[in-house]
Design a protein around this ligand. Sequence first.
Ligand SMILES: CC(C)(COP(=O)(O)OP(=O)(O)OC[C@H]1O[C@@H](n2cnc3c(N)ncnc32)[C@H](O)[C@@H]1O)[C@@H](O)C(=O)NCCC(=O)NCCS
Ligand SMILES: Nc1ncnc2c1ncn2[C@@H]1O[C@H](COP(=O)(O)OP(=O)(O)OP(=O)(O)O)[C@@H](O)[C@H]1O
Length: 201
Amino acid sequence: MIVIGLTGSIGMGKSTTAGLFADEGVPVNDADKVVHELYRHKAVKPISEVFPDAVIDGIVDRQLLSRNLAKNPANFKILESIVHPLVRAREQAFLDLQRELETPIVVLDIPLLFETGGEARMDKIVVVSCAAEIQRQRVLSRPGMTPDKFETILSRQMPDAEKRARADYVINTGHGIDSARAQVKSILDELSKQAGPTNHA
Ligand SMILES: CC(C)(COP(=O)(O)OP(=O)(O)OC[C@H]1O[C@@H](n2cnc3c(N)ncnc32)[C@H](O)[C@@H]1O)[C@@H](O)C(=O)NCCC(=O)NCCS
Ligand SMILES: Nc1ncnc2c1ncn2[C@@H]1O[C@H](COP(=O)(O)OP(=O)(O)OP(=O)(O)O)[C@@H](O)[C@H]1O
């Protein structure tokens, strides 16, 4: 099984591009989605012990958590020490299942792939990227996003140029969906040849 790590800085188009891989029949494990799910179940108790104000009606409220983190960026470390091991366990369960199913190619969508030392677990790394100005416009147009929050998150991420330099493939998401889809297909065509006779489609 070929494990593709899909990453990129905030707003560069990870989720959208993950959807394009899924359209081609490739199973995707989305770390952000896993986090959001954990905030409704398994992570609630450990987070409520450290950030009691961020839990409402038995669910971790991401807006409240974000506000806390904006005021105290040092809390990111504490939060990550709770969340990342749980995310990793879900990733392992996903990989175990796909191996059992003999899936030829899978995608792990991991925002902090490089920052958390995930490189070694991947066979190939795909980085999504676009011009910084487009990235900024995309992120600031989201509800609840502020320039401060954007800067805080960016400062916790490896710079885009460094990510691109470490990638096996870079997908430019600045030229629209059709262009990104063509780039995804071309990567899968190349990797399918390496994965053997079972085609991904
Ligand atoms: C900070 C939180 C509350 C913001 O929630 P929100 O709904 O606004 O955003 P969402 O979860 O969709 O994340 C959006 C993007 O922010 C970036 N981001 C998220 N967490 C982090 C982090 N710890 N460090 C750097 N960037 C991050 C990523 O690019 C991510 O794709 C949330 O992202 C969170 O709980 N993060 C901690 C867990 C984590 O490290 N997740 C990253 C993937 S494992
Ligand atoms: N190839 C593309 N062409 C045009 N717009 C795109 C493309 N890829 C992504 N976008 C747009 O960019 C925005 C951000 O995309 P997306 O949510 O996929 O990014 P992300 O990297 O997952 O973000 P985050 O890091 O916050 O989770 C969305 O509005 C999306 O529609």
